[in-house]
Design a protein around this ligand. Sequence first.
Ligand code: SAM
Length: 294
Amino acid sequence: MTTSLLRAAADRLRAAGVASPEYDAAELLAHVLGTTRARLPLVETVDPRQAAAFDALVARRVGREPLQHLTGSAGFRYVEVAVGPGVFTPRPETELLAGWAVDAALAAYDDTGRWPTVVDLCTGSGVIAKAIKHEVPLAEVHACELSVDALGWAERNLAGTGVDLREGDLATAFDDLLGGVDVLVSNPPYVPLDAWESVATEARDHDPHLALFSGADGLDAIRALERRAAVLLAPGGVVGIEHADAQGISAPAVFSRAGRWEEVRDHRDLAGRPRFLTARRPRADQSPVEQSRP
Ligand SMILES: C[S@@+](CC[C@H](N)C(=O)[O-])C[C@H]1O[C@@H](n2cnc3c(N)ncnc32)[C@H](O)[C@@H]1O
């Protein structure tokens, strides 16, 4: 029963240009039936009401509404967040950046013997902050977001987690944490204003433009993050920032050119594409001489 429904739905989605038709069809059917994709083969009957609900969702996906808007949630590492109109849909590739932040928070604990202070700038749905707090529960996690619409989703997703969520601009956020942050993480807007055509239909039509675009070269937010990270981070503190795959050289160059960072590196995603940069503030115990040694 489900096999024929799924095959027909996947054919419609494929014809509409949806990138992962089988996966999306299965997610939508599982959502309608209140089960999981893995359990779909165990389903024996789909009643007419359920079949009609599934058909309606497939039609909306054919119209390129994001899958996560149709199911109402997005899975990310070990957590889920509610998403919908007004907030950026978390992407699987950002899980790597969040994983780096988790490792960096644990390493900061090993270094200092105290639980670290972590800041997520441009938090959107709150997904990175939520994942870090889930995996490093004793970390002090702060998050900030400029868009009031997105902030509403973040409030919902971070309620009860202990994350300190604030409305604000990344350029001026967390004046009360200056020089005290161990790990700063951000997935900012990074699409060049004229790269409109390169953005997938789902993102162009359903992600807020504030979440996507950032100046002529896409690097305005990353330049502002470099300036803010330099004053927020403690000596030895680290920053990790996602960027577009075409920015594997230009985004880290924002940090290396600033002349106040060590260990500036770029990292690739699972598909081998440049995905995020990391950098470290000099440690307090390093004299200028030691810093300049090879
Ligand atoms: C690409 S989305 C990332 C959201 C979330 N961190 C994630 O990974 O799914 C970028 C977010 O940055 C927010 N934003 C854009 N400019 C900002 C600024 N100047 N200060 C704070 N947040 C900003 C947008 O509203 C959007 O929610």
